[in-house]
Design a protein around this ligand. Sequence first.
Ligand SMILES: *[C@@H]1O[C@H](CO)[C@@H](O)[C@H](O)[C@H]1NC(C)=O
Ligand SMILES: *[C@@H]1O[C@H](CO)[C@@H](O)[C@H](O)[C@H]1NC(C)=O
Ligand SMILES: *[C@@H]1O[C@H](CO)[C@@H](O)[C@H](O)[C@H]1NC(C)=O
Ligand SMILES: *[C@@H]1O[C@H](CO)[C@@H](O)[C@H](O)[C@H]1NC(C)=O
Ligand SMILES: *[C@@H]1O[C@H](CO)[C@@H](O)[C@H](O)[C@H]1NC(C)=O
Ligand SMILES: *[C@@H]1O[C@H](CO)[C@@H](O)[C@H](O)[C@H]1NC(C)=O
Ligand SMILES: *[C@@H]1O[C@H](CO)[C@@H](O)[C@H](O)[C@H]1NC(C)=O
Ligand SMILES: *[C@@H]1O[C@H](CO)[C@@H](O)[C@H](O)[C@H]1NC(C)=O
Ligand SMILES: *[C@@H]1O[C@H](CO)[C@@H](O)[C@H](O)[C@H]1NC(C)=O
Length: 394
Amino acid sequence: MFFSKPIAFLLSALLSFILSNTNKLDAATLPQDEVNVLNQIAKTMGGNDWNFDAGSCVSEKVNTDTGAEKNITCTCQNDTCHVTHIIFKLQSLPGVLPSELVNLPYLKEIDFAYNYLNGTIPPEWASMQLEFISVFGNRLSGNIPTYLGNITSLTYLDLEANQFSGQVPPEIGKLVNLRTLRLSSNGLTGNLPVQLEALKNLTDFRINDNNFNGSIPAFIWNWKKLERLEMQASGLEGPIPSSISALENLVTLIISDINGATQSFPYLWNMTAINRIILKKCNIVGQIPQEIWQMSKLRVLDLSFNLLSGQLVKVTLPKDLKFLYLTGNNLSGNIPASILSTGLPVDLSYNNFTWPGPDQPACLRKLDNINLFRSSSTEYIGILCISIVVELMM
Ligand SMILES: *[C@@H]1O[C@H](CO)[C@@H](O)[C@H](O)[C@H]1NC(C)=O
Ligand SMILES: *[C@@H]1O[C@H](CO)[C@@H](O)[C@H](O)[C@H]1NC(C)=O
Ligand SMILES: *[C@@H]1O[C@H](CO)[C@@H](O)[C@H](O)[C@H]1NC(C)=O
Ligand SMILES: *[C@@H]1O[C@H](CO)[C@@H](O)[C@H](O)[C@H]1NC(C)=O
Ligand SMILES: *[C@@H]1O[C@H](CO)[C@@H](O)[C@H](O)[C@H]1NC(C)=O
Ligand SMILES: *[C@@H]1O[C@H](CO)[C@@H](O)[C@H](O)[C@H]1NC(C)=O
Ligand SMILES: *[C@@H]1O[C@H](CO)[C@@H](O)[C@H](O)[C@H]1NC(C)=O
Ligand SMILES: *[C@@H]1O[C@H](CO)[C@@H](O)[C@H](O)[C@H]1NC(C)=O
Ligand SMILES: *[C@@H]1O[C@H](CO)[C@@H](O)[C@H](O)[C@H]1NC(C)=O
């Protein structure tokens, strides 16, 4: 092959660039024992055609469209590297969780989300200094192992969307450095053990979609740093303990489908950062407190399917509000002009409002954004509005 001089020069420059970079990467390598461990791990997890080598620290494969990720991160010193993070996410792995992790002494974080891994968490992990475990969206089953409580270095534990059953072991209360604990979408039963009150560093706690029973424990007031609390259809019963008022850092509060005694609206007014309040089907009686409209950061308010009654007066919607759901209550009186004139999605269906009179702006514009189906005991709201609009047009 012949190339003109400038092109040949460019090619050789490119070649030497590639070579020198490869050499640079090769310079810092994984020791063979860690390479071997990686290959054992791949085999245990069912990544059969996977083959790691000394350069595996730089073999990141990330698909930003799907979220699929195969990423091994190392820390390197003096040309020697050690595996610190393993992410095998959305890789359709059909095997089990690898006990061999224990042979990677520098490992801190593992994320094996969205695979088909079954079985349970290996006891070998109990002696590791892991800080982050996510096994979200797999097929793990059986009880949550008590020895998870030995990994006191954990700050993040996500067992969400698996088939764990039985009670949450009291030993989880030993994980005092936990900031995130996600147990949603499993088959967990019983109540939350009182030992969990020790988890004072929690900022994110989620137990949606489980079969817990008993009432929501009052000890949650201990979790003073909590920013996100999710208990949708957890199985736990009401009432929401009044101690919830102590969670002044909450940003997201989601509780739904709690049976048990009726209760009045919980005291949420010290939660100045809150932007999502979803208290759906919580057996809340009485009026919607005026304070709710003063929650200045509020973006989502969903109080559907409670027993709220009384009139909405002097409603000024918070300026960042995006959704307002009040369906399935017993609210009465006029629908405030501030709600009727908002362009936001609003659901007022299944209530007991008075239909809007001609003095209200309701009928002056198209209300595509507001669901008024059966919002009043009088059903002619639509017809009434049309007649007013026709009148206005003439
Ligand atoms: C690989 O994982 C590390 C540690 O979590 C992360 O910092 C890095 O951004 C990831 N690489 C890619 C390409 O996403
Ligand atoms: C790395 O190399 C430096 C200088 O060669 C040495 O002082 C240091 O102890 C080495 N560190 C390790 C962890 O081997
Ligand atoms: C895990 O899956 C394998 C293969 O499908 C199956 O043989 C095994 O019984 C499963 N183990 C558990 C604990 O479900
Ligand atoms: C967990 O720690 C306890 C107490 O230190 C110890 O007896 C037990 O063997 C440990 N469990 C595992 C699986 O390492
Ligand atoms: C919270 O975490 C910090 C830093 O990890 C730790 O020092 C502290 O002991 C933890 N809090 C509790 C109540 O254990
Ligand atoms: C939880 O459910 C079990 C089985 O249905 C029942 O025996 C137990 O009394 C319940 N516990 C509480 C606290 O409601
Ligand atoms: C709310 O905050 C005020 C002022 O900090 C305090 O006096 C009050 O006790 C708090 N209320 C509750 C229920 O936590
Ligand atoms: C609905 O609220 C009205 C007061 O506005 C009250 O008289 C009535 O009993 C409530 N109905 C139900 C079913 O709670
Ligand atoms: C609707 O409100 C009226 C009074 O405005 C009240 O008489 C009636 O009982 C309420 N309907 C229901 C189903 O509570």
